[in-house]
Design a protein. Structure first.
Length: 153
C-alpha cells in the first residue's frame, strides 16, 4: 500500500471536516460536556495557513485516509523550553488503522517541530480512551498532568 504524507490544502477541506466530525463522534462517550448538536474543534483553514502550524494528511490512491497537525505554542515563563509543539487532529479512517499510518503522521509532525528547534512535544487524550493512551505511550509519550473537573450541583 502506497501511503503519501503531504501538507493539507484547501481542496482537502471537505474531507477534513468529515474527519473532524468522526473524531468528535468517537470522543463523545469520554466527554459529557459536548453539546448534542453539531460542534467543531478546529479552525482547519487557519491550521492550513498559519506559519506556526503544520496540517498534514495521509493519502492512499487519491483518497485522504488520515490527518494530524502540529502547532507551535509559547510555554509558560517558568518552563525550561520557550516553545512546545502541540499535536492534534490525529485521525485515521477505521479501515486503514493498524497499518502504521498514524505513526508516519506523528513522525512527520515531530520532524517538522524538531526542524524548528522544538523538542517539547505535547498532546491531549482522554484518560478513559485506553487504546489511544496505550498507542501514544508506545510512541514515547507519558502522562504529565491530570486535568480534573467537577460539575457542581
Amino acid at each position: 500500500m502506497n501511503i503519501k504524507i503531504r501538507k493539507a490544502d484547501l481542496d482537502d477541506l471537505h474531507q477534513l471536516l468529515e474527519f473532524e466530525q468522526s473524531i468528535i463522534t468517537s470522543e463523545r462517550p469520554f466527554d459529557d460536556r459536548l453539546r448534542d448538536s453539531k460542534v467543531t474543534y478546529y479552525d482547519i483553514k487557519q491550521l492550513m495557513t498559519n506559519e506556526k502550524s503544520h496540517l498534514i494528511v495521509a493519502e492512499c490512491a487519491g483518497e485522504l485516509v488520515g490527518s494530524g497537525y502540529a502547532l507551535l505554542m509559547k510555554t509558560e515563563p517558568c518552563e525550561k523550553y520557550d516553545f512546545f509543539s502541540y499535536l492534534g487532529f490525529m485521525f485515521v479512517l477505521p479501515r486503514y488503522r493498524r497499518m502504521g499510518i498514524n505513526k508516519r503522521i506523528m513522525d512527520a509532525l515531530i520532524d517538522w517541530s524538531k526542524n524548528r528547534g522544538v523538542v517539547d512535544i505535547r498532546l491531549e487524550v482522554f484518560d478513559e480512551n485506553e487504546a489511544a493512551v496505550q498507542a501514544y505511550e508506545k510512541f514515547g509519550f507519558s502522562k504529565a498532568i491530570v486535568n480534573m473537573r467537577m460539575v457542581a450541583s
